[in-house]
Write a new protein. Structure first.
Length: 449
């Protein structure tokens, strides 16, 4: 689990004849990178004797342009809420027949409160009918990831007068703090409007946009990035950055598992100390002390109350050529405890949220993730049996069953802390017109020159 590997099936494969696929039906899926447990795709293919060809896009705008272009007729796409609104408004989505989905109903009590809030916001924008065009897949928030080892930085982030100051005001940060902004202009725009006290859901005048441009110029970020921001903070190359909570959470859980298993493999802690060490590292101090030695995670995430919240969804395109298979695919990804063969069962909804560390929209699946930290009644979580098994894998401590078990426990604690069950933090991005999105992009391009 140390490294998640994405196996992108190149889209040129779509030109192959069905005969080369053995006559099997083919589902064309447009997704985000590293945003699904690919074992679940393999399980779906096995269960339904089909082929899933997955193409990737790195932004909602690319989702829209790829679908709208019609060069490839995708069956299922995974756009965020505001892009669902745009696709719905432009008539390129299929209205869903929920009788074909056993595992989803938009009125279900199983849907998390924060997701329902976003769905209601979408209904307020476009009418009640819009919820009939998508199925929530994963959701979450944006936060400010920072290095906890840099003196004064955590205090500056947590106690700032404005939650957004650390991203836009170097005067509140320790001297020399290296700051990175996520390279998505619409997300940076939202954060800037919140800091400046401007409406984030309305088109602004040129004078207000000039304020944002001047703000970005003055900050003169040390880096603009995407996935590399979290890696650079972990490596100590950047001190603070804006990013998805899920991107942070994977590295957070992995770091806890590395610290714990590393300490155990060196004989620095006993098997009975593993659980309290995980709890300490995942607690408020993000540390654990054993004698004179202190173990620290080294980074954390602060999530402003008015942050960006999002729901990524599975939709069927209007032009889909394989709608029956598309319904099966969506229903499969919303389900758990699915029989693939007589002796092989999978839990797609659980596995996808667990794998990518983004939150699940569904209460029952959330409870399954939290159950990862539970032990059998009356037993310790980590036992002599774990110690014996680890001896067999001691040459590869970070690829051991113990590592996975520690990671699971940290994952459950991480979900509890960063994705509280009743969280309603944040607001979704606004579905601006193409012309205004161009203006936002121009504003940021000019500021970055």
């Amino acid at each position: 689990m140390l490294k998640r590997i994405i196996s992108l099936i190149a889209i040129f494969l779509l030109s192959l004849s069905l005969a080369s696929c053995g006559g099997k039906p083919v589902l064309l899926f447009l997704n985000w990178g590293e945003y699904i447990d690919e074992d679940m795709i393999s399980a779906f293919e096995k269960k339904y004797n089909c082929i899933v060809l997955m193409d990737l896009a790195e932004s909602n705008e690319l989702f829209y342009s790829k679908v709208r272009a019609g060069t490839t007729i995708y069956d299922v796409v995974a756009p965020s809420d505001y892009m669902v609104e745009k696709m719905y408004n432009n008539g390129i989505l299929e209205e869903l027949d929920f009788t074909k989905l056993e595992n989803y109903n938009p009125n279900s009590d199983n849907i998390r409160k924060g997701v329902k809030n976003i769905m209601e916001e979408m209904q307020g924008n476009f009418g009640d009918d819009i919820v009939n065009y998508f199925v929530p897949y994963l959701w979450g928030t944006w936060g400010i990831m920072y290095d906890t080892t840099l003196p004064g930085l955590e205090e500056a982030v947590v106690n700032a007068k404005s939650s957004w100051s650390p991203l836009f005001d170097r005067q509140v940060l320790p001297a020399g703090t290296k700051v990175a902004m996520y390279d998505s202009h619409q997300h940076a725009y939202y954060a800037a409007t919140k800091y400046l006290g401007l409406p984030s859901n309305k088109e602004l005048t040129h004078s207000k946009l000039d304020l944002i441009e001047d703000l970005i110029k003055e900050m003169n970020y040390d880096a603009w990035g995407t996935d590399n921001i979290k890696k650079d903070i972990v490596a100590g190359n950047i001190d603070l950055g804006f990013m998805w909570t899920g991107d942070f959470l994977y590295y957070y859980c992995e770091q806890i598992a590395k610290l714990v298993v590393g300490a155990y493999s060196k004989g620095e802690i006993e098997i009975s100390e593993i659980e309290p060490m995980i709890i300490g590292l995942a607690g408020a101090s993000k540390s654990y002390k054993k004698g004179d030695k202190v173990y620290k995670v080294g980074f954390d995430l602060f999530i402003p109350d008015d942050t960006i919240a999002f729901v990524d969804n599975l939709v069927i395109t209007k032009d889909s050529q394989h709608k029956d298979l598309a319904y099966k695919f969506i229903d499969f990804m919303m389900s758990n405890n699915v029989a693939i063969t007589e002796d092989y069962r999978v839990d797609p909804a659980f596995s996808n949220a667990y794998y990518v560390c983004y939150d699940t929209p569904y209460i029952k699946t959330y409870e399954e993730i939290l159950a990862l930290k539970k032990s059998e009644a009356g037993e310790e979580k980590f036992t002599a049996k774990d110690a014996e098994e680890f001896k067999k894998e001691a040459n590869n401590p970070y690829d051991s069953k113990l590592f996975s078990k520690v990671y699971d426990y940290a994952n459950a604690l991480g979900f509890m802390h960063y994705y509280p069950i009743d969280t309603t933090k944040g607001h979704k991005l606004t579905s601006f017109s193409r012309s205004y999105v161009d203006i936002i992009n121009t504003t940021f391009y000019n500021a970055r020159i």
